[in-house]
Design a protein around this ligand. Sequence first.
Ligand SMILES: [Zn+2]
Length: 96
Amino acid sequence: MIKLEESKMMKAIEKARREKPFVRVVGWRQYEVTNKKTGATYSVGFDVRDGQRFASCSCAAGQAGRFVCYHVAACAGAHVCIAATRTSGGASCIAA
Ligand SMILES: [Zn+2]
């Protein structure tokens, strides 16, 4: 599990914006991220413990848990949006 901290996510967020991976909602706090170039798909999950946010990703960087990978950053952006607009299912967030 990787602890989500804004300051440590900047690089990953930038990369997510560049790569624009395809994010699919699997369930509440569960996502799948597909790299459009390679077609590789990774599973991303979020968890909240003691008021702190954590994430996990099935990619090599995510498994090592040393830093926030861009898969997590891509989902985190969608997740915050979905959590804020849960009534609409967050569909408009994913498209954006
Ligand atoms: Zn990852």
